[in-house]
Structure formats: C-alpha cells, structure tokens
Design a binder for this molecule. Sequence first.
Ligand code: FAD
Ligand code: FES
Ligand code: FES
Length: 496
Amino acid sequence: MSFEAKPKAARDALRFRFRGENIALSQFSTRVTVLDWLREDMGAKGTKEGCAEGDCGACTVVLARLKGGRLTHEPFNACILLLGQLDGAELITIEDLSSGGELHPLQQAMVEAHASQCGFCTPGIVMSLFAAYHSGAPETYASICDQLAGNLCRCTGYRPILAAALDVCDGAPSDRFAATAGERAAALAALADHRDVFVGDEAAFFAAPASLDSLAALYARFPDATLVGGATDVGLWITKQLRDLKRVIWLGRVAGLDAVGESADGALSLGATLTLEDAAPRLAALHPDLGELMRRFGSKQVRASGTVGGNIANGSPIGDLAPALIALGGRVVMRKGDKTRALPLEDFFIAYGKQDREPGESVVAIETPRLAPHQHYRAFKVSKRVDEDISAVMLAMRVDLDGRRIAGARIACGGMAATPKRAANAERALAGASLDAPSSWRAAREAISEDFAPLTDMRATAAYRMTVAANLLEKALIEISGAGAPTRIGVLHAAE
Ligand SMILES: Cc1cc2nc3c(=O)[nH]c(=O)nc-3n(C[C@H](O)[C@H](O)[C@H](O)COP(=O)(O)OP(=O)(O)OC[C@H]3O[C@@H](n4cnc5c(N)ncnc54)[C@H](O)[C@@H]3O)c2cc1C
Ligand code: FES
Ligand code: FES
C-alpha cells in the first residue's frame, strides 16, 4: 500500500462509542452497514431487518451525538447507514435499554398498553420513541405520529403504541442515559479530534476528511470515489443493487460543510451536509409550505441522515427540494480544488442521471433567495401516502405581483420529466394575467401540457400527472388571489 495515498496525519481507524466503551476499527468493508455489523459481527440480533431500504423502520437505532455542544439523540435506519458513518457518535440499540433486569420506562409502557403483537416492528418502534423520549420537549399526538412515520407496524395498530408513547415521552427523561448524560457527552467530546480519517488503502478505502481543503485534495486525487452525505440513496445502491463501492468519501466530518448562513445578496445558504431534519426549520421560516414539505419528507430516520446536498446532487427527477428551491430562484454552489462556482439550480440538471458537476467537484451549499413582499409562493407534494412516500408530482411556484397583476412567475415540477424542470410555457402564459380574473389563468393551465411529457409508472399515470400539475397550478393561484375557496383538507392529525 502506498502511504502517500493517505492524507498526512490522518487517523487510520474508525472510532465510536458502543455499550459504554470506545470502539476503534482499522479494518472494515467500505460497504458494510451498521445493521450488518450489529447482527453479523456483534451477534446483536435485537435490531431487525425488514425492507433493507429505509422504509419500514425495523432496523432503527439511535445515535447520540454532540451538535453545537448539545447532546442529541436521533433515530437512524441501520440497514442503510454505513458503518463508517458512526465515527464520533454513540450507537444505542434496543439491547441497551433495559438495565439491571428492569425494562426501560418506554418498554414497560409498551407492555402495559399491549402495544406489541408479533413484535417484529417493536424494537424499531421503541428506538424511534427512545429518540423522542430524549428530545427534550414533551411530545404531542401529532409529534409522535411524525416520529413514527418511518416505523411500519402491520399487526398491532398504532393506537396502543401512541398511548404508550404519550404516557412516558413528557420531556423529562429519567433513565440511565439521562443520569449519565454529562459523562456520555464528555466521552463524545474526547472522540472529536478534528483529524482526517482514512481507513484502508488506495484500492479500497473509507475516508472522512475533516476540512474542505482535505476534501478537495482527496476528491481531486480520487475523482471516481463515491461521495456520501447521509447514504439514504447510496445505502440502497449497496443493499438493493449490490454495488461494490471501493472508495468512499463520507462528508459528515467536514468542518463547516453543514453551516447555515447568508450569501452576499442576502440569500439563505444551507451547507451541503446540513441534514434534512436540521434544514427543516430554516426552510419553514421561508414559507410554511416548505415546512409541511419537510415534515412529509421521508421519515425522521431519513431526515436525520439525509442531507440537503445529497438531495440535489443525486439529480433525482422526483427529489423534493429541487423543484421547491428552483421556484424560489435557488443556486447550487460547488467546489473543485480551490475553485468555487455557483449555478442556477435548474441549470444543474442536464438530463436524466446527468448533472453539471465535473469529476472531483462537490456540492458545498445550496442558496435560496428569500421572498420579497410582492412575491408569493406555494409548494405542493402529491404522493400515494401522506407520510414517507416519494412524490408522484411536486409543484412549486413563485408569483411576482405588481398590484393584482402577475408580473412574472417561476413554476417548477418534479415527477413530470427526466429532471426537475421549469414550466417555461406556463410561466410565459401567466405573465400579465390578473389575480382577479381566473379566466386569464386558463392559458397557463393549458400551456403546462406543452412543458411536460410525463411517464406512466407505478406511482401514477402520465394523464394523472398532467391533470394534477394543472390543478396544482390553479390551486396555487386560487390561494394567492385570496378568493377564499377552500383548497386544503386541513390538519390531518386528530386531536392533540
Ligand atoms: C425511505 C426513504 C424515503 C425517502 N423520501 C424522500 C422524499 O420524501 N423526498 C425526496 O426528495 N427524497 C426522498 N428520499 C431520497 C433521499 O433520502 C434524499 O434524496 C436525500 O436527500 C439524499 O441525501 P443523502 O445525503 O442521504 O444522499 P447520499 O445517499 O449520501 O448521496 C446521494 C447522491 O448524491 C451524491 N452526493 C451526496 N452529497 C454530495 C455532495 N455534497 N456533493 C456531490 N455529490 C454528493 C452521492 O455521491 C450520491 O450520488 C427517500 C429515501 C428513502 C430511503
Ligand atoms: S430494514 Fe426496513 S428500514 Fe431498515
Ligand atoms: S407488532 Fe407485528 S408488525 Fe408490529
């Protein structure tokens, strides 16, 4: 092995906390998942495998990490989480919860509420609830429903599970994890050495650069390496496509790459590795529709791991952030070597599976302008299920008003073409229309059928997609016009 391949002074072992101890691994397969490691190497079979694609939650584990100096507990799908992504974290699994022969308060509440039948989903459900138990805030009916959106239970039904959760998730955790929070945080702080990590050799490695400069140098040297943000896409390449990823560069340790800031022109800047969960409140502050979009984005597990940069860089035609931010006039910022460039988001997507990103170039931030007072915005996601489902159609629209006249519009759709795409004909047709004359919107409704030629697939037919897109356009205009017609079903959750 050539040592020149390794960044100087890089740490050559993965380090994390497990069962109260520091684990150091200097040899592991780049494609091994946390679930495989637990079940096959550690013999810890309490964490189950159901779908192996992040959908069912049977494999849920919790990672405790220090974020901004605060000890956080978040749920992750172990089936698509790469072992290397544990670096610097404390891994908590179902086996850790009971202590001294006593069940954890959550487990006891589940027993008392008769919240488990076959029990296959139960470890994952308890771990999701364990994260909620340690969230630091009392949970509500609605927040527990969101917490469990990524946990499928086929036989018990959710009522008793919700009852058990509401019984104990009161924002005041009193288990042994809470009692030892200070020591656990100190142990994690001691692991944070801010060094590059490089495990393996030139042919096959797991690397986790600690700075943007290290990332740029490493990626320039290995432009064929697979970049990993949260692995909520890449994990499935391994478990479903059985791809053998030899060179993996995980971005989760790059200092500052998850930063939230403001660009020179006042746009909101979201660092590429900002997780979808952490991005959600920032986006919700731009517009409530973005808050609702993020609430329905995947599940808690997917949002805790998936990143803003990954959602754009994957180039998916059905990704949710791309149309939402194209409509706002967003930009993607990329870096290669020491050169940084910004591109309008819509220009990044060239064709299916092809983005304007050079070898060795990484996405470092997504910037999005804020709405001016004369600009109005709407974003709608239509999917078969409300929670944890990929969009059949996603439409986002910004309308710039001059009084009641539409001076301009930006309309972007997902699920309608091979890439996230603007509806240029509909935008042109809308210019000059009046909010007070719905008949003047008709041309845009018709023009959108010239903008797209959608596919029929398992999510929707082409005809359905086309009708939905035209209807969403009109729905947005009805809402923006303030005509008062009811357009939303309302709060989907039952009483708090
Ligand atoms: C159960 C489930 C539900 C989902 N629900 C949704 C949903 O509702 N809406 C939606 O839009 N998506 C959804 N997804 C897809 C996925 O979660 C998102 O696209 C997510 O944002 C991907 O981010 P990531 O960090 O996990 O990407 P990764 O899997 O780490 O990477 C994805 C791709 O981007 C590349 N990449 C990552 N970061 C960078 C970077 N900084 N620079 C250059 N390239 C980079 C990787 O090399 C890879 O090609 C879902 C996925 C699952 C498993
Ligand atoms: S096994 Fe289904 S989410 Fe992991
Ligand atoms: S108890 Fe059987 S799937 Fe939930």
